[in-house]
Every structure is written in C-alpha cells, then in structure tokens.
Design a protein. Structure first.
Length: 255
C-alpha cells in the first residue's frame, strides 16, 4: 500500500503532466497538433506555477494556531515524522523545513503541558535509507535537550500517517492507556487529515498545529503573487495528497 501510494502521488505531480505534454509535443506528426500541444503545455506551466492560485486553494485547509491554555495538561504528546531528511553521502540525518514539529514538542514538554512524548516515524522513502529511523533521531535530539529518555516512547516502524496512528495506539495500549486526550503535533496543513486518521484509529486528540508554511497574507493578490514560481508547482503535490487522504478517510466513515 505504501509503494502504491508513492507511485500514485508521483503521477499526480503537475511536473509529470507537463513533461508528458512536452514529449507528446515533440512526437506530434503535424505542425498544427504540435502547436496545440505546446500551447496546452505552456498554459499548464503558467497555471501550476502561479503562487496566488495555489496559496488560495491551500490556505483554507491550514489549521490556525491553537495555543495551550495555562491549565491544559496531557498525558502524552505525539509528534509525527516528516521533519527530517537523511543524507546517504555523509550518513547523517538532518532536520528539514518542518523541524518546528520538533521545537514545539520540546517546548510543550518543558512547559509541562505533556508528560510523555511519542516520537512516531520510521523510514518514509521508497528505498532503504541505511539504518536511519526518524523517531530514533528525534528521540536522541530530545534527550540532548535534557528530556529524560524514560519520558520518550519510540515508534520507528511507520511509513505514513495511517501507520503513525495505528502503531501509536499500540504503544499507548501497551502502557496501560491514557486518561486524557493525546496532543497531536504536526504541520498545520497536515493537522486536518492527521486528526481524522488518529481519531479513526481510536485515539482522541488535542490538535497542536505548527510549522506554519502559509500565513493569511499569502492569499493577498499582488503583482508579485502572479510571478511564476517553481515552489508553487511543488505545492500542488502536497495539496493533492491531503485532498485524496481526506477523501479516503471520509469514504471510510471519518467525521
């Protein structure tokens, strides 16, 4: 299922669609057909590299900040993987642009909002990344910050959000359960789908969005917002992934 999902999302990339159009343009047997395909490819390129368009499509699905009230206390916080990258050349893991997940987890623990931490995430690439396990990397860095190892539960086998939820539930059950909701710590754009996934797995959660990749100002129209940008095309992949994931959960009965 994991590999099928990766292949599916590869073919849902606008870059792949435009590349195919370019190939078809080059192979077209008539000048008229070549011009039509070239025009379609160019129009698709302008459409999918438009920052204003993708920002306005994505923003409604970003969870807003949900700061903790002073009296909120929870038995466990679950931080989801996707915040690290592994370099096969120097054989090291590194934090990436979603590393705010790690920062907020440490702060929630240090401030006393959560008593335990589940670091959830194994290898999320299609190919083996040596023996690198994201949860273990995250746990080591939390320990380096002074968080006791006994307060960190490691789930290092999951490859996607569904497995994050299922395997975290197994850990919680093995520890005798929890008396409060679990704080779910992940990127704001991931929160809606992750919340549904965890609650469907039997874990009541208190969402805690972080790693805000988009702010309200991102949706404002301006001349600069109409300048094509390569990152805008990349953003479509994440948008499609979340929409398909949400649709799948709704079809399975998630509310």
């Amino acid at each position: 299922m994991f590999i099928v999902g990766k292949i599916l999302f590869f073919f849902l990339s606008p870059f792949v669609w435009i590349f195919i159009l370019v190939i078809l343009t080059a192979l077209a047997k008539t000048e008229n057909k070549r011009k039509k395909l070239a025009g379609i490819a160019f129009a698709a390129l302008l459409f999918f590299t438009n920052p204003w368009l993708i920002n306005n499509l994505q923003y409604p699905f970003h969870a807003p900040p949900m700061p903790m009230a002073a009296n909120e206390k929870y038995d466990v916080g679950i931080v989801l993987g996707g915040m690290t990258s592994y370099d096969k050349v120097n054989k090291q893991g590194h934090f990436n642009m979603s590393s705010d997940r790690f920062i907020q987890t440490a702060l929630l623990y240090k401030k006393g909002y959560i008593k335990k931490i589940i670091a959830s995430g194994g290898q999320n690439g299609m190919f083996l990344e040596d023996d690198f396990m994201e949860a273990e990397f995250v746990a080591k860095n939390l320990i380096d910050l002074g968080i006791p190892a006994e307060d960190i539960w490691i789930e290092n086998q999951s490859k996607n959000t569904i497995e994050n939820a299922q395997l975290s539930k197994q850990i919680i059950d093995s520890k005798g359960g929890i008396k409060t909701k679990a704080v779910l710590i992940t990127s704001s754009f991931h929160i809606p789908r992750a919340t549904l996934t965890f609650e469907q797995a039997g874990i009541a959660v208190r969402p805690y969005p972080c790693a805000f990749s988009m702010l309200p100002s991102s949706t404002r129209f301006s001349a600069a917002s109409m300048i094509p940008a390569s990152w805008a095309m990349d953003s479509w992949g994440g948008f499609f992934r979340e929409m398909i994931g949400m649709t799948y959960l709704k079809l399975k009965g998630a509310k």
